[in-house]
Write a protein that binds this ligand. Structure first.
Ligand code: PEP
Ligand code: MN
Length: 338
């Protein structure tokens, strides 16, 4: 940590900072310049609250040197993490596309969806049984019955299932029902109790970016999961709130290479919730792969106009298949495969 003192700092104030650092188990390295005195705090700064130093007399600014996250940081683990989901790798050479509807509706809808996902060449399937809806009057999901329907449909094609967990009280049932990947949605990125609980298990977790979360806040949420012992974390960029009204959210493509530098965790992109319009999903999908994403999470419905949720953004099975073919070319240019 670097502590920059005010221009007219007194010796007493400098001594005060030194004493405080000592009480926190850190050494002080004092550097007196012509205009400013700078104090370098040497030791593990992660457990220290910046604010407790910021408030001391004579202190102008306090800056961290070390990242607040550790387990998920690239600086602590150089190699890319590859997560194994029933033999399917996420984060390695192969780009994975997770396809499926926004929500589980009926057995036949999920059967047709699973067929479309497998036929397009995707290796994992998505579908929400518990839905986070803005309105309490909107369809809330089929619940546990939805998980059963989902499994029955996906098992036929040996597709591991990805589904959202909103409530910590449902975790045991998710494990009992054999959910392969737990999705923590945007609205729960900072539900710290939920993060702590999924940190105690080993089921892979897709952690979506919060609606207005910075990359640092997002990585700190991933650190919550990792700190509990679960290192099977996949980050999913799904667009952030912006001033623009022409589309649902603003896909932060820049986040992909920045995350790749900051963390060893796989990074996937959800173009469907980012743009909110099916016709625009292919362009965003291609951009994401070209920017280095390890995979995509795409909404597809057998009959989008009949979807109970997010009908505007779902691709048809044929559109998903066509997109997969187009993405193959982009993956190849990137030295990867789909
Ligand atoms: C979803 O994937 O169905 C979903 C609700 O996503 P998000 O949390 O990104 O809004
Ligand atoms: Mn959706």
């Amino acid at each position: 940590m670097i502590i920059i003192m005010h221009p007219h700092v007194t010796d007493e104030e400098i001594h005060g900072v030194e004493t405080k650092l000592k009480s926190l188990g850190l050494e002080a390295n004092i550097s007196r310049g012509v205009e400013r005195t700078i104090i370098g705090a040497i030791g593990d700064e992660r457990k220290i609250h910046k604010e407790s130093l910021q408030a001391l007399p004579g202190v102008d600014n306090v800056m961290r040197v070390v990242k607040p996250y550790k387990i998920v940081a690239r600086e602590w683990h150089e190699a890319d993490t590859v997560i194994d989901i029933q033999g399917i790798p996420i984060g390695g050479h192969t780009i994975q596309v997770i396809g499926g509807p926004c929500s589980v509706e009926t057995q036949s809808q999920m059967d047709f969806a699973a067929q479309g996902v497998a036929n397009a060449g995707c290796r994992l399937m998505r579908g929400g049984a518990f839905k986070p809806r803005t309105s309490p009057y909107s369809f809330q999901g089929k619940g546990l019955e939805g998980l059963k329907i989902f499994h029955q449909a996906a098992d036929k094609y040996k597709l591991p299932i990805v589904t959202e967990l909103m409530d910590v009280r449902r975790l045991d049932e998710f494990l009992e029902y054999g959910v392969d990947v737990i999705q923590i949605g945007t609205r729960n990125m900072q539900n710290f109790d939920l993060l702590k609980e999924v940190g105690k298990i080993h089921t892979p977790v897709i952690l979506k970016r919060g609606l207005c979360a910075t990359l640092s806040e997002w990585l700190m949420s991933a650190e919550y999961i990792a700190a509990g012992g679960n290192h099977n974390i996949i980050l999913c960029e799904r667009g952030v709130r912006s001033f623009e009204k022409a589309y649902r959210n603003m896909l932060d493509i820049t986040a992909i290479p920045v995350l790749k530098k900051e963390t060893h965790l796989p990074v996937i992109v959800d173009p469907s919730h980012a743009v909110g319009k099916a016709a625009l999903v292919p362009a965003l999908s291609k951009a994401a792969i070209a920017a280095g994403a390890d995979g995509l999470l795409i909404e597809m419905h057998p009959t989008p106009c009949e979807a109970w949720c997010d009908a505007d953004q779902a691709l048809t099975p044929d559109e998903l298949k066509k997109l997969m073919e187009e993405l193959r070319g982009i993956a190849q240019v990137m030295g990867r495969e789909i």
